[in-house]
Design a protein around this ligand. Structure first.
Ligand code: SAH
Length: 276
């Protein structure tokens, strides 16, 4: 199975056509509305515990194609460094920042958030938006986040998480019954390591974070899957960088599976923040 960098290099252009500049779920206030607004709304909600000013520095760990980093800078005036392991993503993000005229305060680097090589205590906020599920070593992510944060700094994170905690034998049965669905999810969304909100909290606590808050926003985010499916249906045209009709179909089926897992309480979507 491809690692996250290879997977994202392959899907970045096609996903941009389906999801827009923000490669994350949307937050739909009343269960309806358009995807672009909802993805920005999720950024706004994540910004709430951050307390950013023009003088703040943010590390965007798993920055996609730069949508969130430029939006955060546009809203607060702060400096943002985005990192990702995808060469394609970093190149697109750099062009995007130029386009948005924020390349002076927003820059992007190829780096792994589990071992980022950035200086100690140099950021006020570490921003982990829908990228942690792609990082096999969450302890390393939290350790590195702690290292680069200044005293009093904040980590804020949102992602799909494992909500249905099952006893051992039920779990075995579940994976046997749903094996082909998990394989399809793996092919479409890449190799993911989903954890429960409790596991995230324990990891953060062990890394030295405190004031940990968790918010279940499954109900507000699940509509994203319908939007992605509709957009994939419309984008199933053979063009460079876009999905073929077959790939678009695969993507739509994967959205159906995720929607079903959300509805059955197996997966959910949560927002976590913590302070040093
Ligand atoms: N946060 C962005 C992108 C989410 S997609 C947004 O909301 O738009 C997940 C991102 O995480 C991709 O850019 C992928 O390349 C990146 N990623 C995956 N594993 C990573 C790692 N170990 N270190 C840094 N970035 C990683």
């Amino acid at each position: 199975m491809q690692d996250a960098s290879v997977h994202y290099d392959r899907v970045t252009d096609a996903w941009q056509a389906i999801m827009g500049d923000n490669l994350h779920f949307g937050y739909f206030e009343s269960g309806e509305g358009d995807l672009e607004r909802a993805t920005k709304r999720l950024i706004d909600i994540m910004l709430e515990p951050c307390g950013l000013t023009r003088r703040s520095r943010v590390l965007d760990a798993g920055c996609g194609i730069g949508g969130p980093a430029c939006y955060i800078h546009g809203k607060t005036g702060c400096e943002v460094i985005g990192i990702s392991t995808s060469v394609r993503g970093i190149a697109t993000a750099g062009e995007y920042a130029l386009c948005k005229r924020c390349s002076g305060c927003v820059r992007f680097e190829l780096a792994d958030a589990q071992d980022n090589g950035l200086p100690d205590r140099s950021f006020d906020v570490v921003w982990v938006m829908e990228s942690s599920h792609l990082m096999p070593d969450k302890h390393a992510l939290f350790r590195e986040s702690r290292r680069v944060l200044r005293e009093g700094g904040t980590i804020v994170l949102c992602d799909i998480m494992l909500f249905g905690v099952m006893p051992f034998f039920r779990k075995v049965g579940h994976y046997l019954l749903n094996g082909s669905k998990y394989l399809r999810l793996l092919r479409t969304f890449g190799k993911a390591g989903l954890n429960s909100p409790g596991t995230y909290c324990n990891g953060l606590r062990e890394a030295g974070f405190r004031e940990i808050t968790v918010r279940d926003i499954t109900a507000e985010t699940v509509r994203t899957l319908r939007c992605w499916r509709d957009n994939a249906k419309a984008s199933g045209v053979v063009a460079p960088g876009r999905f073929s009709e077959k790939e678009a179909m695969e993507f739509m089926r994967a959205c159906d599976i995720l929607e079903d897992f959300f509805a059955r309480g197996i997966f959910g979507y949560a927002l976590i923040s913590a302070r040093l």
